[in-house]
Structures are given as structure tokens and as C-alpha cells.
Design a protein around this ligand. Structure first.
Ligand SMILES: [Mn+2]
Length: 286
């Protein structure tokens, strides 16, 4: 493949976004802190869904909505059905990085298990396929001989991702929560500093935060008290209907036609019921 003209753009966007992530003024340690003004648009896993991303961009209209923030996670690793399908989720990642560069004080990201796996070279198989290899094949298809440089920039970006976000009105957002059995030993001070490579590895608390599943309303309640928050918004567990409520926690999915997002008003306390009624479907966005 000849050298595509936009490899430079991809590398520059990802590297610049990584720099901005590391130096975000609202970041303390591994946590983003949102204040009590404006609106934070929360999303679930996107897995390469450019169509939903473009709807999100239209909804957010950041060029004329300076008090709106948007939080994204798990952008890569698109579902590949057959040998001839291609995972082109690099396109979404580059578009999102460019959005961050254009609106550094409005666009935010968090770590996810798929992105972390890509960074650490930890295999995830789906239907017998290696999602890491599928992703790299898509990058090679897009960027030809510049693919290695783009992958390096992707890794730089992933390594810069924060783990979680908190809002002044008591909402905690992250890709997932640790498994119920690990909630008791989870040390919340992890979130106030940068995690070590060991903490991001299997058995580590940062790893458990992005990989956890099987939460009950009681486990969620326990963890809310432990962190001093009123509710959680996460992704990670696939939701065919777009979202699910488990006690004080809302799970969003943003990667398919029934996908959802949640515009959260930051200027008043919000119950989970109020948050649930704020959920929007991507299909409702023109
Ligand atoms: Mn996930």
C-alpha cells in the first residue's frame, strides 16, 4: 500500500491527545474531577462505532456548547464476524483523539479493559479470533508502511488514560467496577495517583476496575458508601437494550443501534431514577 496522506494526522492527533490527557487540569492522579456546572455526557463502550460517535458529536455540538463535557471509553476492537470483515476501530480512535485536540477542555477519556489489553499485548479472543491481531490488521490496512508508527502512538494514548471520573454531584464513572469479591480490598487511594504497571496487570486493583463483572445491587451499594458517591455509570457488560440499572449503578452500551448515552446535569444532585430518565438513544439523534 502506498503511504496514505493521513498517517501523520493520526500520529499527531493521538500523541497530542496523550499529552493533553496527562496534563488535564481537572485530573488528579488517575481521576478526572468535574465541577458543579454544565453537563457531562456519559457513554458506554463504543467499539469502533463511528456512526454513533458522529451522532454524539452532533448532539454535543461543542463548537457552541462550552459548558458541555463528554466522557468516552473502550473505543477500539470492533466486532469482526468473518475472515473478510475488518476491524477499523482505529478510525474511531483517531477521530476521538482529534476531537480532544480540537476541544481539550470538553472531551475526556477513561481506561478500559480492551484498550489496556491492546497496550499490554494481552490476548482477548472472541469467536476464536484474536481481537488484538484484528485491530493491528485494520491499522495496517489503513496506514500501510506507517502502521507501526500509528500503533506506537495508540500505545502512548492508552498509557495516558485516567481510570475514572467523579462529579461534584456525587456520580462516579469508570469502565467497570471490581468484581464483588474484590470490592472490600479495593483501596480507593489508587484513584488519587498514577497506577503502577503491576497495578494495571492481572491481580492488580486498576486491572480489576476495568475487568470486573457480576455486580449485585448490594455490592454496588457497599462500594458507593466506600467511595462516598451516590451512583455509578459504567460500561463493559454488553447491553442489548442499550442500558441496565443495577441498584445505584447504570450500565451504558454505545456500540450498536440500540445504544445509549446519558447527558448528566452537573449542577444539582441526581438520583439514579433521574439519571435513568435522562438516558438518550443514539437513534433519537438525527
Ligand atoms: Mn470492556
Amino acid at each position: 500500500m502506498s503511504s496514505p496522506p493521513d498517517a501523520d494526522h493520526a500520529v499527531r492527533s493521538l500523541r497530542e491527545a496523550a499529552g493533553l490527557l496527562r496534563e488535564d487540569p481537572i485530573r488528579r492522579g488517575a481521576t478526572l474531577h468535574f465541577g458543579n456546572a454544565g453537563q457531562l455526557v456519559l457513554t458506554g463502550d463504543m467499539h469502533g462505532n463511528l456512526k454513533n460517535f458522529e451522532k454524539l458529536q452532533r448532539f454535543c455540538a461543542l463548537e457552541r456548547s462550552p459548558a458541555r463535557y463528554v466522557l468516552l471509553h473502550e473505543l477500539i476492537h470492533q466486532e469482526v464476524q468473518t475472515e473478510r470483515d475488518m476491524d477499523l476501530s482505529i478510525d474511531l480512535l483517531v477521530a476521538a483523539a482529534a476531537w480532544k485536540v480540537a476541544f481539550p477542555d470538553n472531551v475526556y477519556f477513561m481506561q478500559s479493559n480492551h484498550e489496556l489489553a491492546q497496550l499490554r499485548g494481552q490476548e482477548i479472543t472472541k469467536g476464536g479470533r484474536s481481537v488484538l491481531l484484528d485491530f493491528e490488521r485494520g491499522v495496517a490496512y489503513r496506514y500501510g508502511r506507517h502502521a507501526a508508527g500509528v500503533i506506537d502512538a495508540v500505545c502512548d494514548y492508552i498509557a495516558a488514560l485516567p481510570l475514572a471520573a467523579r462529579t461534584a454531584n456525587g456520580v462516579f464513572a469508570s469502565h467497570s467496577l471490581p468484581d464483588p469479591l474484590l470490592l472490600e480490598i479495593f483501596d480507593p487511594t489508587l484513584l488519587d495517583r498514577e497506577p503502577t504497571p503491576q497495578e494495571l496487570s492481572p491481580g492488580g486493583p486498576a486491572y480489576s476496575l476495568v475487568w470486573g463483572r457480576f455486580h449485585s445491587p448490594e455490592a454496588v451499594q457497599y462500594f458507593a458508601q466506600k467511595l462516598g458517591v451516590s451512583g455509578f455509570v459504567i460500561g463493559h457488560t454488553p447491553q442489548e437494550d442499550g442500558y441496565k440499572v443495577i441498584g445505584r449503578m447504570i450500565i451504558l452500551a454505545s456500540d450498536h443501534n440500540h445504544g445509549c448515552f446519558l447527558p448528566l446535569d452537573l449542577n444539582r444532585p441526581m438520583t439514579v431514577e433521574q439519571m435513568e430518565s435522562s438516558i438518550r438513544k443514539f437513534v433519537s439523534v438525527p
